[in-house]
Design a protein around this ligand. Structure first.
Ligand code: ZN
Length: 472
């Protein structure tokens, strides 16, 4: 019998709610089986994982690697950030800017993004579609080609032809998505409430970073969530709220579900760790949309993450399009956004090591939950026979201190600067291939474009745009 590609010996794997010590057999990029060490077959490569946890690679469903300055980010850089941070699948947002590629509003533009990903990405990736008044006819074919969901913006045009939607357009997008399983995805902030709150602050000459939360009140998010949930329920479409920021909106989420809406919610690590005091501490660097909230809202969001109201976590990784100049006087002129794919898994691991979040809940939040919502599970997000061999080895004793200049993004800052973590990734494996190694942030290997496009909810069909979807 010829040897298999890889065996990992003596790893600790989470299985049926417990830790078990097992070997993991990998062949052809997939997990073939789990077996005790004496039963492991001969292999071309062996990894001794004694003392290490073997965890599913994270599925980061909210990245902006093709938006903004190309010297700050591109898919190649973004995928190296992922490899370093234990993210083995990222799902790129629809809003892309030149010269990267066009926004994903048509099957042709999806094909352009898929081609870019295949050429540059070190890890596997999915793609979100966008919805607006100009592409309503394209939505069914975008869904058939495997976009994760279709995202609408209520008040801001992210890119030229990717225009903001009024309620009637959102309803029409939802009708196109009904019955497909692809969720209507929404940046949920009522734009007129934000516009008026901003106008009042500017009129009063209040433009320091400390006022930023007041410019985008919780009411704006709460109202948008309730409204979009009603639209989705009326249309029979699934709804997904991206980057929910305010813990005080969680009762609205629960009420919408109780009323029968197929509603999922993601939040981002920054809404679990940073409150409005960050505007005083970090000034313009702390600007993100939606904004950081009060400590009470952060605590409410942390409770929602633990109790299951929040479905999963995503980074909303962005490298802002211009400098967040220190000491900038006018917060409204500063670009929003945080880099975050690289730090998400290492930082969240601390919650499990400290016992704040159970291990199974943590792995659901980072891997299984997002993979299930978008139909990537169990190919992605699981350590199961048949799943892609996407995993992270974590050393519970390894310690690191986060320094921006050691991270792989080309951003000028990280919100987690100076944080010391114990229990961090020491190796990331993508379809059986080691893509990063060493105590986080380790060395990322330059393996060129080896990432595959992973269509959502698809089992190997051929894309209508003529480009082949990944065969299974
Ligand atoms: Zn985003």
């Amino acid at each position: 019998m010829s040897p298999v590609d890889l065996v990992v010996r003596s790893a600790r794997v989470r299985w049926a709610g417990e830790w078990v010590e097992t070997g993991v057999v990998v062949d052809g990029g997939r997990i073939v089986r789990l077996a005790k060490d004496p039963q492991l077959p001969t292999a071309d490569r062996t990894i001794d994982a004694t003392g290490l946890l073997l965890l599913p690679g994270a599925v980061d469903t909210h990245t902006h690697f093709t938006y903004g300055r190309p010297d700050r980010t591109d898919i190649g850089t973004g995928s190296r950030v992922c490899a370093s941070g234990g993210v083995t699948t990222f799902v790129e947002q629809a809003a892309s800017t030149p010269p990267h590629c066009p926004p994903t509003l048509t099957v042709a533009s999806l094909g352009a993004k898929v081609a870019l990903g295949r050429a540059e990405s070190l890890v596997d990736f999915g793609v979100h579609g966008g919805g607006c008044s100009g592409n309503l006819a394209e939505i069914p074919s975008l869904v058939r080609a495997g976009v994760a969901g279709v995202k609408v913006y209520m008040g801001w045009n992210p890119v030229g032809e990717y225009t903001a939607c009024d309620d009637a357009t959102i309803l029409t997008v939802a009708e196109r998505l009904a019955g497909t399983g692809a969720p209507l995805e929404v940046h949920a902030e009522n734009p007129s409430i934000v516009a008026e709150a901003t106008r009042r602050l500017k009129e009063a000459g209040r433009t320091r970073p400390e006022v930023y939360t007041d410019s985008r009140p919780t009411l704006a998010e709460d109202d948008a969530v309730a409204r979009v949930a009603r639209i989705g329920r009326a249309a029979g479409a699934a709804v997904h709220i991206v980057h929910l920021s305010s813990g005080f909106t969680l009762p609205t989420v629960r009420a919408a579900r109780a009323a029968g809406t197929d509603l999922s919610v993601e939040t981002c690590p920054h809404y679990l760790y940073f409150d409005t005091s960050a505007y005083a501490d970090r000034g313009p660097y702390a600007k993100v949309n939606p904004p950081l909230r009060s400590r009470a809202e952060v605590e409410a969001m942390r409770a929602g993450v633990r109790d299951g109201t929040v479905d999963f976590l995503a980074s909303d990784h962005a490298a802002p399009s211009s400098e967040k100049a220190p000491g900038a006087e006018d917060i409204f002129s500063i670009p929003p956004g945080f880099p975050g794919s690289e730090t998400m898994y290492p930082v969240l691991l601390q919650e499990a090591f400290r016992g704040e979040i159970g291990w199974d809940r943590l792995l659901y939040l980072l891997a299984e939950g997002p993979a299930r919502r978008y139909g990537y599970y169990p190919r992605k997000g699981a350590i199961l026979p048949g799943s892609d061999a996407d995993f992270v080895l974590v050393d519970p004793t390894a310690t690191t201190t986060i320094r921006n200049d050691r991270l792989h993004h080309h951003s000028e800052f990280t919100m987690f600067e100076g944080w010391t973590l114990t229990g961090v990734p020491v190796r990331t494996v993508s379809r059986g291939v080691t893509v990063a190694e060493g105590t986080f942030p380790g060395t990322v290997f330059d393996l060129g474009g080896r990432g595959e496009y992973v269509p959502a909810r698809a089992g190997g069909e051929r894309g209508p745009g003529g480009f082949p979807l990944t065969p299974r």
